[in-house]
Design a protein around this ligand. Structure first.
Ligand code: ADP
Length: 544
């Protein structure tokens, strides 16, 4: 027997409509490429979204068309998220840190009709012009006074919307209609597209508000350092208006001092981003001797948060949520907010033990760990295998890419993450490594994350990465690459002593190399691929 309930399609534009009516005191604050700060309410945003929807219609954009963005976190980018999906078209966010080759590939693969671009990125478009599809129109996300000098045929965002009505008769779209498209950064091979639907996006936003609710409430001032140009800024452009939180968009200045200043001036409560950004912020906090005003929580994800980073935040009164997810998962899969009873009863050290894991699954995401034969392993805290996921906000295939799709799922339709993990009886997920980053030594595995976690706690280490180096006898051995915190280099003996408190002797890195900085991926994570290439012919001491 079926239930007798109305079927109202889940729709992204309804989120902003809801916020415009119900969260009157929340605001969107943006550091603009024009150099100043812009602020307005969700109601004002909703009006400009309507204007942009009209402008898109005038440009001939119809349901199902792909409209691309190449932009920082700011209010115009936010408007495009809603205007494009609101008319039934697809908002394709492009990561400006992709290589030219990858960018051209995804613009062609997505068949983008229009490209919205921040002034900062106009030079990228100019450099690529000969390879861009003919007929691709470019709109610069600024006003007439700030339009760049360029011989490209560029349209102006503010001109486009200037005379458009501030209301729009939003069409009712099927909830399975695509609303957003984001390509993985594709460390190997071509990028692969995750095509989000209205349904998956709304369900993900609700799940975010429930699971991370303590960090995302009515009145919270949230800073997404995580970019709108990659994986929907972890769902914040949807979750924040739903919850009634304010969004503080940082624009392009993401270094420690700039982030600190913005957080301090705008009294940001909750800041979300990858560990590399927080290393910069923590250095600035140390220099200033205090936290930014109002700072009370941080969400760290995208790569493993070192225990020492979590400890520094927690000791200064900032609650940490260590989260895990993927582009293919919208992206949030697990969150590390501790259960209230643990916060009340556990010591700091016991809490840190748990927080270095990647947390518990959010509602709507199922997790399983399987062995090499695809058999499910128990959630016993020790059985290690590949992590598979399924859920309402997880891709069912890659956009227009049968080959990649065929490889990504098991026979029961679960998506293979490529992460090696353990699930504990209490539900906490522990990511050991990406399968391709594990170090295979004499038939045993060494987790690069485990070693990095310990090394990061040394005061003479600003950042580090452990990578595999080919070895004639052991297959691979670990090489530790350190960015020193000061002038002096920590000795190998000292690092070994520290590591031996946590890992077995055979897991110790064979050598240490010091570098000024670590290479980053397009999403701001340490690029182990680039490091492995750099040290491809490295001679470990016992090979010389
Ligand atoms: P890309 O790195 O190409 O931008 P994603 O942003 O989708 O792609 O990255 C997803 C991957 O990032 C996960 O499969 C996992 O390996 C890694 N990751 C994400 N969060 C964490 C975390 N908290 N700890 C360890 N690894 C993480």
């Amino acid at each position: 027997m079926l239930g007798q309930m109305m079927h109202r399609p889940l729709s992204v534009i309804e989120i902003l409509k809801f916020a415009s009516e119900n969260h009157k005191s929340a605001e969107i604050v943006s550091v603009r490429t024009e150099g100043d700060i812009h602020r307005y309410s969700y109601a004002q945003a909703f009006e400009r979204v309507a204007q942009m929807a009209h402008a898109l219609g005038r440009m001939g954009i119809a349901s199902g068309d792909r409209v691309a963005t190449l932009a920082w976190n700011g209010y115009r980018h936010f408007e495009l998220y809603y205007a494009i999906s609101g008319i039934g078209a697809v908002c394709h966010t492009i990561n400006p840190r992709l290589s030219a080759e990858q960018m051209i590939y995804i613009i062609q693969h997505a068949d983008d009709q229009v490209l919205f671009v921040d002034t900062t990125f106009v030079p990228i478009i100019a450099a690529l012009r000969s390879q861009l599809p003919q007929g691709l129109r470019c709109v610069v996300m600024t006003d007439r006074a700030h339009m760049p000098d360029s011989d490209l045929d560029l349209l102006c965002y503010e001109d486009l919307i200037a005379d458009c009505p501030k209301t729009y008769d939003w069409p009712e779209v099927d909830e399975n209609t695509a609303c957003g498209l984001c390509y993985t950064s594709g460390t190997t091979g071509n990028p692969k597209g995750a095509l989000y639907s209205h349904r998956s996006t709304v369900l993900h936003a609700m799940s975010l508000c429930i699971s991370l609710g303590r960090f995302l409430q009515e009145g919270t001032r949230v800073l997404p350092v995580v970019p709108l140009f990659h994986v929907n800024a972890w769902g914040l452009p949807y979750g924040a208006p739903l919850a009634g939180a304010s969004l503080i968009f940082p624009g392009g200045a993401l270094d420690g001092p700039s982030v600190y200043k913005l957080m301090d001036e705008e009294r940001v409560n909750s800041a979300w981003g990858v560990p590399t950004v927080w290393l910069g912020l923590q250095a600035e906090i140390a220099a200033k001797g205090r936290n930014p005003n109002g700072f009370s929580s941080v969400v760290v994800g995208g790569s493993a948060a070192p225990r020492s980073m979590i400890e520094k935040f927690e000791k200064s009164g900032v609650s940490v949520c260590h989260a895990w997810g993927m582009t293919e998962m919208s992206p949030v899969g697990t969150h590390g907010i501790l259960p209230a009873d643990m916060i009340a009863t556990k010591s700091l050290s016991e809490r840190l033990d748990l927080q270095q894991y990647q947390g518990r699954r959010v509602f709507g995401v199922d997790l399983k760990v399987v062995d090499e034969n695809g058999e499910s392993l128990p959630h016993d805290g020790t059985s290690v295998g590949e992590l598979y996921v399924r859920g309402n906000a997880i891709i069912s295939g890659y956009f227009d890419n049968e080959a990649a799709t065929a490889e990504a799922f098991d026979s029961e339709g679960w998506f293979g993450t490529g992460d090696i993990a353990v699930i504990r009886p209490d539900g906490f997920l522990s990511i050991q490594d990406r399968a391709k980053d594990l170090i295979k030594s004499g038939g045993e595995w060494i987790s690069s994350i485990d070693l990095e976690n310990v090394v990061m706690s040394h005061p003479m280490v600003a950042n580090c990465a452990v990578i595999a180096v080919a070895h004639p006898k052991w297959d691979e051995r670990p090489l530790l690459v350190i960015v020193p915190a000061g002038q002096e280099h920590v000795s190998k003996a000292e690092i070994d002593d520290l590591l031996l408190q946590h890992v077995a002797k055979w897991q110790l890195p064979d050598a240490i190399e010091f570098v000024d900085e670590l290479p980053l991926t397009a999403t701001g994570k340490v690029s182990k691929l680039t490091l492995r290439q750099k040290f491809a012919n490295y001679m470990l001491p016992d090979m010389k």
